[in-house]
Design a protein around this ligand. Structure first.
Ligand code: N01
Length: 538
């Protein structure tokens, strides 16, 4: 009788079947011929797009750039319907990719990884699932996403709430019925800003609890025209070239002009045109918006002026425009009628900066000033970003060193890809890489391809393991810090880029802010020079 026991030993294990895990699987299995298994907690592919099904969930990258570009055929055969892809459409795309490349047979769904331990004697990783099973592999690749560990603030009283509550990143698959309900939404980051107009249109009343006011630029979402779709299909190589050469991996070029090269009137006209165009491109109006605070102030004032123009009630407008950080120093949201939603009679804005949420009561939310009766609470309160998904698993490297211990003062690694003491562990879009500062598929393709080439080279050289030296890690951490310091990004003190949204988390600027193109060339040079700063062992 054939042995039906599932295999437990592999060349490589990949954790996660989102954008990064799928492509990593394809590269290692089909290009290098390795025996690969993907472990995925969800019951389907999609990662972020499997879990984030909240109302209004849509990508802020323009659809023609929010896909893989490694395959011209795949790029040309897939057609997006709108300027920004909605969550169900992205999920359809990733399912299409999984089917097209026959990936599902190498993915184990409904399997959450609890921990991983490196065994020096066998040079292998033992990965334990929450079901108690152990699988081993020479290489371990985390494809767990940067924003996958939901942050539900520890408000006292939440367990006594008599209504229903949800975190946007763990949204029920069969949706939430808001009709006739009094809804409270906590959080005004990109997610809260996307969800607010949609929930307001469905609920009896929506109360938005704002701790930090935020900028937002209109998305101007619309169906794509046949002409545009044709243009995209005909320009795979050029679009790929632009996305790979710009700092943020988007398909537009940052204008090569300073805020100070133009007159105040010209600047106003440029901002008006950028506002009319909409989307993340607003940042590209001038080259110095993220490095010169006074230059940034001109954009900030323009955007605050727009809030005051749109929002009819002056007190609400002032609260929304009372923004404490430079424009785009936090991830800049884009929206569909966010500010105009506060003109609806069924929407209230509550300031929880000056009167914080004190507790959740059985019937609603109580702030330092008042109590708000609610049937449903939506927490759009973000994520334990970047390090959270990695540290949630118990990862133990050489001589019992845990990742939690290695990173207790903040993440330390080399190129955002590898950590000393953790041989053959690769972290796709890990802290210390451009990741969240970049259009994610571009960052993901670059990491996956670098890891694939690294493993191929290791095997070709007859070597068994690779890990960075402590000195190379120190040097990279310094470069990550320097890159952040040369921008205005660390000036947003409440930002999740700094870990500031999670109490007790070390305040370290996590992503690499030197730009995707520069980062790519650093990684390419390391590979071309034979991996200096890395120990490659037999
Ligand atoms: O989370 P956030 P998000 N009491 O951390 C507030 C990506 N994304 O889910 O700023 C009261 O940005 C918190 O207040 P403050 C994108 O990269 C992409 O919105 O900490 N409020 C903030 O207002 C994005 O940046 C897309 O003072 C509390 C909000 O909750 C990232 O995901 C769409 C609180 C959290 O904002 C995360 O965005 C959406 C408390 N105790 C998101 N704790 C697309 O492109 C937190 N808050 C599709």
């Amino acid at each position: 009788m054939p042995d039906m026991t599932p295999a437990r030993t592999f060349d490589a294990l990949i954790i996660g079947a989102g954008f990064s895990g799928l492509y990593q699987l394809l590269c290692l299995r089909d290009r290098l011929g390795l025996n690969v298994q993907v472990l995925e907690a969800g019951d389907g592919v999609g990662g972020t797009w499997y879990w984030n099904r909240y109302p209004g969930a849509r990508c802020d990258s323009e659809s023609h750039s929010y896909n893989y570009t490694f395959s011209k055929e795949l790029f040309e055969e897939w057609e997006w319907s709108e300027r920004y892809p909605e969550q169900p459409e992205i999920l359809r795309y990733l399912n299409h990719v999984a089917d097209r490349f026959d990936l599902r047979r190498s993915i184990r769904f409904g399997t959450r990884v609890a921990g991983a331990r490196h065994d020096e004697a066998t040079n292998s990783w033992s990965v334990t699932t929450e079901d108690g099973e152990t699988l081993t592999a020479q290489f371990l690749i985390t494809a767990v996403g940067c924003l996958s560990t939901a942050n539900v603030p520890a408000f006292p009283g939440l367990s006594d709430f008599q209504g229903r509550w949800y975190h946007t990143g763990q949204w029920p698959h069969d949706g939430v019925d808001f009709e006739g309900k009094r809804v409270g939404l906590v959080g005004t980051g990109s997610t809260g800003i996307q969800a607010t107009p949609v929930i307001a249109a469905a609920a009896a009343h929506l109360t938005v609890f704002q701790r930090t006011a935020n900028y937002s630029v209109p998305a101007h979402n619309a169906p794509l025209t046949p002409e545009f779709k044709h243009w995209v299909r005909s320009n795979h190589a050029e679009l790929r070239r632009i996305m790979q050469s710009t700092p943020n991996g988007h398909p537009f070029v940052i204008e090569d002009r300073s805020v100070w090269d133009v007159t105040a009137d010209q600047r106003q006209a440029i901002y008006e045109a950028a506002w009319a165009k909409g989307g993340l491109q607003f940042r590209a109006a001038f080259r110095d918006l993220l490095i010169d605070k006074e230059a940034n102030d001109t954009a900030a004032e323009f955007l605050k002026g727009k809030i005051r123009e749109i929002v009819e009630d002056p007190a609400t407008a002032e609260l929304l425009a009372d923004i404490d950080h430079p424009y785009a120093a936090k991830r800049p949201p884009i929206d569909s009628d966010y500010f105009a939603t506060f003109n609806r009679p069924n929407v209230t804005l509550v300031d929880v900066r000056n009167a914080p949420i004190e507790r959740i009561t059985p019937s609603g939310i109580r702030t330092a000033k008042a109590e708000y009766p609610l049937d449903i609470i939506v927490f759009a309160t973000g994520f334990d970003a970047m390090t959270g998904p990695l540290l949630k698993m118990h990862i133990e490297g050489r001589v019992g060193l845990t990742l939690a211990k290695a990173w207790e003062a903040g993440p330390r690694n080399c190129l955002g890809l590898q950590v000393a003491g953790f041989p053959n562990l690769f972290t796709i879009t890990g802290p210390g890489s451009p990741s969240v500062l970049c259009n994610m598929p571009v960052a993901i393709e670059q990491h996956v391809e670098w890891i694939t080439a690294c493993i191929a080279r290791l095997r070709a050289d007859g070597l068994a393991s690779i890990e960075p030296t402590e000195a190379a890690m120190d040097d990279w951490v310094m470069q990550v810090n320097e890159a952040a310091r040369s921008t205005l990004l660390p000036q947003a003190r409440h930002s999740w880029y700094l870990g500031a949204n999670v109490p007790g988390k070390p305040r370290v600027f996590m992503p690499y802010a030197g730009g995707m193109a520069r980062y790519r060339s650093i990684c390419d040079e390391v590979a071309a020079k034979g991996y200096p700063g890395f120990m490659r062992c037999t």
